[in-house]
Design a protein. Structure first.
Length: 78
C-alpha cells in the first residue's frame, strides 16, 4: 500500500503555483495530464511524459495569461 501513496505523491507537480497531475495511461505511449485553474478543469494527453508535462504547463500559461480584449473603436464627439 505504501507504493500507491508514493505513486500518488509523485504524479502531483507544481508550476506557477498551480498543481497539476501527469499519469501514465493503460495504453502504450499514453500519458494523461490534468490541471484545475480558476475553477476550470483542463485535460489532455501526449505520447511521452515530457510532452504531457510541457502540454500541462503550456495550458497553465494560457489560462493565467492576461486577456487581451479588443476595445470598441473610439468615436470622436463632433
Amino acid at each position: 500500500m505504501g507504493n500507491k501513496k508514493e505513486a500518488a505523491d509523485f504524479c502531483g507537480m507544481e508550476y506557477r503555483a498551480t498543481t497539476y497531475k501527469v499519469i501514465q495511461g493503460i495504453e502504450r505511449r499514453v500519458w494523461k495530464w490534468s490541471v484545475t485553474v480558476e475553477g476550470m478543469v483542463l485535460r489532455g494527453q501526449a505520447e511521452t511524459k515530457s510532452e504531457a508535462v510541457a502540454a500541462a504547463e503550456k495550458a497553465i500559461d494560457r489560462a493565467l495569461a492576461p486577456r487581451n480584449v479588443p476595445r470598441a473603436p473610439r468615436v470622436d464627439p463632433d
